[in-house]
Design a protein around this ligand. Structure first.
Ligand SMILES: Cc1cc2nc3c(=O)[nH]c(=O)nc-3n(C[C@H](O)[C@H](O)[C@H](O)COP(=O)(O)OP(=O)(O)OC[C@H]3O[C@@H](n4cnc5c(N)ncnc54)[C@H](O)[C@@H]3O)c2cc1C
Length: 440
């Protein structure tokens, strides 16, 4: 068995424990603070191999840190591989090779001067790693699909310490699994994407003080027939939500000219209580927002609720969602349009199966004085009733680190196929700090 000293001696990057002065900085990640036994900061692929080999030999569970936005970094113990130094971005025509620790803000900034873009999320500091491996829903999801849909290859360090170049030709089942199956199959040290032409986007922000049911129906009706170049989100948040100003808002991204966007959105723009905050052509990096990183002095409140990928947004669902929001002042409602290119992909073509969904819906309430035990139970039951209308759950937006939740993310046939891929590439389940697929 190698000791930590052996590991240190063989590594170009750092190996840190609680005895090191940098420890507290090293265990802070964007969404929390970790309590691992060891943190390895690889300087390159060989360091990743050595870290994985050490963890496997020592029986330490591995936490892979990309952008650090998920809750997995807070699971105590084990060995954290912090990919923060692997963030090179190389562009060759429309082929983009991105280091496993890069963020989407860095990718957008590198591509914008070339008039290119990749469908990502909506936040600059989110990691390419976790977002892509779990799917990736953002402003281009209707135009180009999920972030995972643009993934054409990857360099992967496996649980055996091998470096594998993955593509549809070289390892089709593994490639299939990387498009939505999460971090179950190894450490991705490089992602290869195919980018799209993106000269600019029309960015629209509306605040809404009118009837929420009316607005949601108008928005839903627009999206039923809208070109895929239009993607919208609707948000209604309470004051304690750190992610946005309180109140209801509709944000839209349009790949076209401003006049066409006005025509498309006219049924919402003409509603009472709609105020235009922005309606302008901007570059893609400008529309990626951000959230302040975790502050140990002010931890974010807990959340009861969940998300659902919905095939339809019927009038009944809209009524139930607005009633849900009205019943609890600390609740949040968040909808994103899907369909378009997202729905062009067959359900079995990637590990992200819920392609018949046309809306992503997230709702819940922040824990605090407003939410005692009885209210928590009521909120959970009301949300569960709404979520039953969905055809899936999006793992990347779950805050829980309960590995059993994986069973709710994948249909049985997808899960069975993922389990076979897992058995082939990680039979000992070294990579289990994720929505865990167990080797079949
Ligand atoms: C403020 C905020 C905004 C968000 N916005 C969006 C959004 O617009 N759209 C969306 O779809 N999601 C969004 N998310 C959710 C986000 O996709 C997930 O939290 C995702 O897991 C973050 O990836 P990460 O690399 O930053 O996180 P990490 O915590 O570093 O990684 C999450 C998991 O992914 C795996 N992983 C990460 N990198 C690698 C790698 N290189 N190789 C192997 N495994 C890896 C590991 O299993 C790891 O535990 C948002 C989250 C936050 C907190």
């Amino acid at each position: 068995m190698t000791t930590l000293d052996d590991l240190r001696a063989g590594l170009a990057g750092a190996v840190l424990t609680a005895a090191d002065p940098e420890w507290d900085d090293a265990r802070l990640f964007h969404s929390g603070i970790g309590e691992p036994e060891v943190i390895v900061r690889p300087a390159g692929v060989d360091d990743v191999r050595a870290a994985v080999a050490h963890a496997a030999r020592a029986g330490l569970p591995v936490t892979v840190r990309g952008g650090g936005h998920s809750a997995w970094g807070s699971v105590p113990g084990g060995l954290t591989i912090d990919l923060g130094a692997l963030r090179d971005i190389a562009v060759d025509g429309t082929r983009v090779r991105v280091g496993g620790g890069a963020t989407w803000g860095e990718v957008a900034a590198a591509l914008a001067p070339r008039g290119l873009g990749i469908s990502s999320g909506d936040t600059a500091s989110v990691g390419v790693g976790g977002l892509t491996l779990g799917g990736g829903i953002g402003w281009m999801v209707r135009a180009w699909g999920l972030a995972a849909d643009q993934l054409v290859g990857a360099q992967l360090v496996t649980s055996a310490g091998d470096v594998v170049e993955v593509s549809d030709d070289s390892a089709p089942e593994l490639m299939w699994a990387l498009r939505g199956g999460g971090g179950n199959f190894g450490v991705v040290t490089r992602f290869d994407f195919e980018a799209h032409r993106l000269p600019g986007v029309v960015w629209i922000e509306l605040t809404l003080s009118g009837d929420a049911r009316q607005t949601l129906r108008a928005m839903r009706d627009i999206l039923r027939d809208a070109p895929r170049e239009l993607t919208v989100t609707y948000m209604d948040v309470p004051p304690m939500d750190p992610s946005a100003p309180p109140g209801a808002s509709l944000t839209a991204c349009w790949l076209g000219d401003e006049q066409a966007a006005r025509q498309l959105l006219a049924p919402v723009l003409s509603l009472p209580g709609v105020t235009e905050m922005a309606f302008q052509t901007v570059s893609y990096p400008e529309i990626l927002g951000d959230m302040p990183p975790f502050d140990p002095e002010r931890p974010a409140p807990g959340f009861v609720g969940g998300n659902s990928l919905m095939p339809e947004l019927g009038d009944d669902t809209i009524d139930r969602l607005t009633a849900f929001r009205e019943a609890q002042p600390a609740s949040v409602l968040f909808l994103r349009s899907l369909g378009g290119a997202y729905g062009d992909v067959a359900s079995d073509a990637t590990a992200f199966a819920a392609r018949e969904a046309t809306w992503f819906v997230m709702a819940g309430a922040f824990e605090g004085p407003h939410v005692d035990d009885a209210e928590r139970a009521r909120v959970a039951a009301d949300w569960a009733a709404i979520a039953r209308e969905g055809v899936g759950v999006y793992g990347n937006f779950l805050n829980s680190t309960d590995p059993a939740l994986a069973a709710t993310l994948y249909p049985a046939t997808t899960m069975a196929r993922l389990e076979r891929v897992k058995r082939a590439w990680d039979p000992e389940n070294v990579f289990r700090r994720n929505h865990n697929v167990r080797p079949a």
